[in-house]
Every structure is written in C-alpha cells, then in structure tokens.
Design a protein around this ligand. Structure first.
Ligand code: SAM
Length: 401
C-alpha cells in the first residue's frame, strides 16, 4: 500500500486507528425519509446526495440492530461505502435487475427499495446456507418482486440468457477493505491471485446475462489492483462490446488507477473509496455498458396452484386482509407453500429457487396459515382488522388442539 499510495499512505494508515462508521439505510418500501426523520429514534447524519435514504449513525453505542424497527425491516445496517454500490447500479422503476452474488443481502435490499415493487430483482448466491440468510433479510425487507436463487453464475446464464437491464457483481474478494472492521483475517498473495481469476469467470457469465444496452456494475471491498482495475482491464480486452461508463460524482470518492495495472484504458472512470477519504471502508466500483440495443426473447414462468389452495387463500384474503390487490394467475404453490410470483417473471428451469416471489403462507386442510413474511410485506391499507401474527398463532392453536 505504501508503494501504491505514496504521500497518501500516512493518512491511509492513520485511518485504521479511527473507529469504523455504522451506516443505516431506510427501507423506502415501508417508510420515507421525512416520515422517519419526524420521529427520530437515533441521531443520524446524511451519507451524501448519492443516497437520500442513507445515514451515518452519530452514536456507535446506539445499537440499532436491537431495535424492533430492525426486525420489522424498517432499515438495514450497511457499511456506508457499500451503500454507494446500489446508488451506482441505480435501477430504474420497471427494470429487471440481477444481483449475482447477493448474500447476505445488503445490496439486494437496496436495489429492491430503488425498484419500489416494480420490475424484477433476481437475487442469487452460490452458497446454500448464505442464500438462506439472504432470504431472511429480503423477507424482513418485505420485497415482493424478487426471485431468490441458489445457483452458479453459469447456471443462471445458461437458463436466462441476456435478459437483465442491470447486473451487479459484488464479487467475492480478498476483503482488504474489511481489515479495520473485522480486526484481522487470513490474507495471502495467492488468495488475491485466486480471487482475481474467480472474479473474471463470474464477470464472463455476468456478460451473458446482460441485455444489449444494459449496465454491468462490478464491485469489490478490496484495495488490490489485481482484483480491481486488473480484472476490468482483462474483461474489456475479452469483451469489446462493453465500455466503461463515467459515474456521477460522489463526495469523497477517488478515481480508479489505470497506471497501477499499466493500462491506457479509461479505468479512472471507476471509483475507489478509501477509508482516509470517505466515511466508510474500502471499495472499488466500476460501471460498464453493453453496446447495442433491441429486445430479447425469454420464456415466462408458469405459476401453478391447486384449486384448493387458491380457494383457501381467496377466503383468507377476503376475510382477513384489507385492500390487497393481486392477480390470481400469479399464485404459485411449491413445497406446500403458496407464493405470489412477480408479474411476467422469466422461467427458471432447473435453477434452484430459494423463494418464489412473495411467500403468502401455507394452505392447510381447512384453513390458510399466513406467513410472517406476508405481514412484513403488507402496506398499511392492505392489513385487515386482525394482525397477521395473531392469525398465525390462532391457526397454530387450532391445528394443535
Ligand atoms: N452483495 C452482498 C451484500 O451486499 O450483502 C455481499 C456479497 S459477498 C462480497 C460475495 C458473495 O459471493 C458471497 O456471498 C459468496 O457466497 C459469493 N460467491 C462466492 N463464490 C462465488 C462464485 N464463484 N460465483 C458467484 N458468487 C460467489
């Protein structure tokens, strides 16, 4: 780092003696910045113009992770530099977005909030147990238009093809930007090299998933040029139909460093977030656009649910929910559970699904048992007179006794 940073090294090294900053991002699917700010729970300050719903916690001892709002998915605690990634992806309402390496779900919750219950978010993680944690966080968030998958990037590319408007690769990396927060962990030059190879493979698959004209965002939380500028330089050499896009200015961000990998590509269009310049940990972010345009073909998901399940749900929705609008043809039954599939979702073939959209609950012999997930996703006007948690408990009691 001394060799790379020169005069800046002293400030960089000194930043490791500073405490790390805790970030809190509001769930705009559930609340708004003015509403939350009108009844302040913690002292907060803005992270910057790039994320209006993002804040820095003034008092690190406040323990926002223990507040009931956290369990209710009112906010996500996210490292402030990691928050920049979702802002750079910048999904627009109605778009199809893929988060290829999504667990535990920090960026996916951000992307879902930006999409605002429109379009589609496919959040994937290759690791089965991490994909379960992703599911829990997304359920707490109350996102409705998400498919959660547990697949390799190449399985996804083989199944979906180039259908996504935006693809995020928040790549597994050597994690040098986490040293301050984590205290210590294993690091080796061999791991940096192995990470760079893996990252290139993931990006090659990501390119197959992006529609012409779509945007690919590559992010890491490491400083090493091999895993950052080096990986992007290699990608651009292999994919001449992609170009680096300038990223709108973000206060405290520094440019990527083409010279560190002896490249004459415009790698300074990427961002580097340094702990001595930005109130967060280390990050690298690059945004690329695939050239070209035009539509893409894809097969539709075919939701299926038994007549009994539909009837039990319809009865429940009519009697217990408020103004909950849904299209019946989106109901899908899998593994004894009923889901509401996002509209016009693509067929998933043999890709392993962890969640098929919004989990509504379980059709039982004589009644419908609502899922807590449903309660977490309902808007105030969609709630009925009786809280869903109470209904779940009543149902449980009715089944047992
Ligand atoms: N985006 C997440 C967030 O904001 O909460 C963090 C993602 S973490 C940096 C990288 C993820 O990549 C891990 O969850 C890991 O399971 C996944 N991963 C590891 N190897 C992978 C591979 N070969 N292909 C795709 N994902 C991989």
């Amino acid at each position: 780092m001394r060799g790379l940073l020169g005069d800046e090294f002293t400030a960089f090294a000194a930043s490791f003696d500073e405490p790390h900053r805790v970030g809190l991002r509001l769930n705009t699917l559930k609340t708004s910045v003015p509403d939350f700010s009108s009844k302040p729970v913690f002292a907060l300050s803005s992270v910057g113009l790039h994320e209006p719903a993002g804040f820095l916690l003034a008092d690190p001892a406040a323990q926002p992770g223990k507040h009931p709002f956290h369990d209710a998915g009112v906010y996500y605690l996210q490292e402030p530099a990691a928050m920049v990634v979702g802002s750079v992806v910048d999904p627009q309402p109605g778009e199809w977005v893929l988060d290829l390496a999504a667990a535990p779900g920090g960026k996916s919750t951000h992307l879902a909030a930006r999409l605002g219950d429109t379009g589609l978010l496919v959040a994937n993680d290759i690791d089965h147990s991490r994909a379960q944690i992703l599911a829990q966080n997304m359920e707490r968030w109350g996102s409705r238009h998400a498919l959660l998958t547990n697949a390799t990037p190449s399985q996804l590319a083989d199944q979906f093809g180039a259908i996504f408007d935006r693809v995020l690769v928040d790549a597994p990396c050597s994690g040098e930007g986490l040293f301050r927060r984590m205290g210590s962990f294993a690091w080796s030059e061999a791991n940096v090299t192995a990470c760079a190879v893996r990252q290139s493979h993931i990006l090659d698959d990501a390119a197959r998933l992006l529609r012409p004209g779509g945007r690919l965002v590559y992010a890491t939380c490491t400083f090493s040029p091999e895993e950052n500028e080096g990986v992007i330089a290699r990608f651009l050499a292999d994919h001449p139909n992609f170009a680096l896009e300038p990223i709108p200015p973000i206060a405290g961000a520094a440019p990527g460093q083409p010279a560190w990998v002896n490249s004459d590509l415009p790698l300074d269009r990427a961002l580097r977030l340094w702990p001595h310049r930005f109130p967060g940990e280390g990050h690298f972010i690059a945004r690329l656009q695939r050239q070209g345009g035009g539509g893409v073909d894809y097969a539709l998901f075919q939701p299926r649910a038994s007549r009994e399940a539909r009837a039990l749900w319809a009865d429940f929705a009519a009697n217990e929910l408020g103004d909950f609008v849904y299209e019946e043809e989106r109901l899908h039954e899998a593994n004894g559970r009923l889901y509401l599939i996002p509209p016009d979702a693509p067929a998933t073939g043999s890709v392993r699904l962890v969640r098929y959209g919004l989990l509504l609950g379980e059709p039982r012999r004589s009644h419908f048992r609502p899922a807590h997930t449903l309660a977490l996703a309902l808007k105030p006007h969609e709630h009925g007179q009786r809280p869903i948690l109470l209904l779940t408990i009543l149902n449980l009691l009715a089944t047992r006794w």
